[in-house]
Design a protein around this ligand. Structure first.
Ligand code: SPD
Length: 277
C-alpha cells in the first residue's frame, strides 16, 4: 500500500484503514490526542485518540439521526442540551428547529471546538449562532446540577472509555431524568449493535428502568465499527413511534425524513432479542 495511511483498530481484530492526503492538524490536548486528516475516501476527518469521530463524507447521517428523531418527537423543543458534540454537527441540526430557543452545548475539551471551527467549517457552522450557548465543562457535572431545565438532552459522546466513561452510567441517566422537563426526551449514541452488544443492552435496560418510553433505533454510519450505529432514546411522555414526524417548514436534511424516522425504529430480530429483559 503506497502513501500514508490512517488505521483505526475498531475492535481487537478489525481495523479500518484509509489513505491520507495530508495531516492538517495534530495535538495532544489536556484530555486526548486530536487530529484532523484529509483522506482520499472520506475527505476531512476528526480523530480523537486514534478513533474516527466524524468525517465530512458521512457525518450528516449520524448528526441528523442523533438530533431529528427527538426534535421531531417533542412538540415544542425549546431548550436543548447537547453533551459532547464538540465538532458542532449536532448543534448545527438543533439550531435549525424553529421552536428551539436555546441550544446549550457542554463540551469538556475546548480544543475540539476550536480546531473543528478551523478545519471542519461545514460541520462546525453553528457555534456563533444566536441560539447557541457553549460551555466548556464536564457534562456529567453539568447535568447533576440541573432540575427540569431541558426539553431534550442529547449525548453525542466519544466511545465509553476515557473522558466519556461517566456518560454511560445508570447514575448519569438518573441525573438526566431529573434535568429533563416533565415531557422531556433523552437520546444518546450507544455504539455498534454488532460489537457492543452487552453495552447496548445494559444502557437500554437502564434507560427503560427510568423512562416510560424507551427505544433503540439504528442508522448506517460507514466509518463507525460495523457500519451500523445505535441510538437509545428515553422519553417521559412522547413516543417517537407514535408521533407523526414532520420536518418544520424550511428545514432541509440529507438523510433524515419522516419515513426514515419510522423505519429507523424498526429493529432487526437480533437486536430485538438483545434488548429483551
Ligand atoms: N466509534 C466512534 C463513535 C463516535 C460517536 N460520536 C462521535 C461524535 C460526532 N459528533
Amino acid at each position: 500500500m503506497k502513501g500514508l495511511w490512517f488505521t483505526e483498530l475498531q475492535t481487537p481484530t478489525i481495523a479500518l484503514s484509509c489513505r491520507v492526503k495530508q495531516t492538517l492538524h495534530w495535538e495532544k490536548t489536556p484530555y486526548q490526542e486530536l487530529a484532523i486528516l484529509d483522506t482520499e475516501p472520506f475527505g476531512r476527518i476528526l480523530t480523537l485518540d486514534g478513533v474516527i469521530q466524524t468525517t465530512v463524507a458521512d457525518e450528516f447521517v449520524y448528526h441528523e439521526m442523533i438530533t431529528w428523531v427527538a426534535l421531531n418527537t417533542h412538540p415544542e423543543p425549546r431548550r436543548v442540551l447537547i453533551i459532547g458534540g464538540g465538532d458542532g454537527g449536532a448543534l448545527r441540526e438543533v439550531v435549525k428547529h424553529p421552536a428551539v430557543e436555546l441550544a446549550t452545548l457542554v463540551e469538556i475539551d475546548r480544543r475540539v471546538v476550536e480546531v473543528c471551527r478551523q478545519y471542519l467549517p461545514e460541520i462546525a457552522s453553528a457555534f456563533a449562532h444566536p441560539k447557541a450557548r457553549i460551555l466548556f465543562e464536564d457534562g456529567v457535572a453539568h447535568v447533576r446540577g440541573q432540575v427540569a431545565a431541558y426539553d431534550l438532552i442529547i449525548v453525542d459522546s466519544t466511545d465509553p472509555v476515557g473522558p466519556a466513561e461517566g456518560l454511560f452510567t445508570a447514575a448519569f441517566y438518573g441525573d438526566v431524568y431529573r434535568a429533563l422537563r416533565p415531557d422531556g426526551i433523552f437520546v444518546a449514541q450507544t455504539e455498534s449493535p454488532f460489537f457492543n452488544q452487552e453495552l447496548l443492552r445494559r444502557i437500554y435496560l437502564d434507560v427503560s428502568a427510568l423512562f416510560p418510553v424507551s427505544k433503540v433505533y439504528l442508522a448506517p454510519v460507514p466509518t463507525y465499527p460495523g457500519g451500523l450505529w445505535s441510538f437509545t432514546l428515553g422519553s417521559k411522555r412522547h413516543d417517537p413511534a407514535a408521533v407523526k414526524p414532520t420536518l418544520p417548514p424550511g428545514v432541509s436534511t440529507r438523510y433524515y425524513n419522516p419515513d426514515v424516522h419510522r423505519a429507523a425504529l424498526v429493529l432487526p430480530n437480533f437486536v430485538r432479542e438483545l434488548l429483551k429483559p
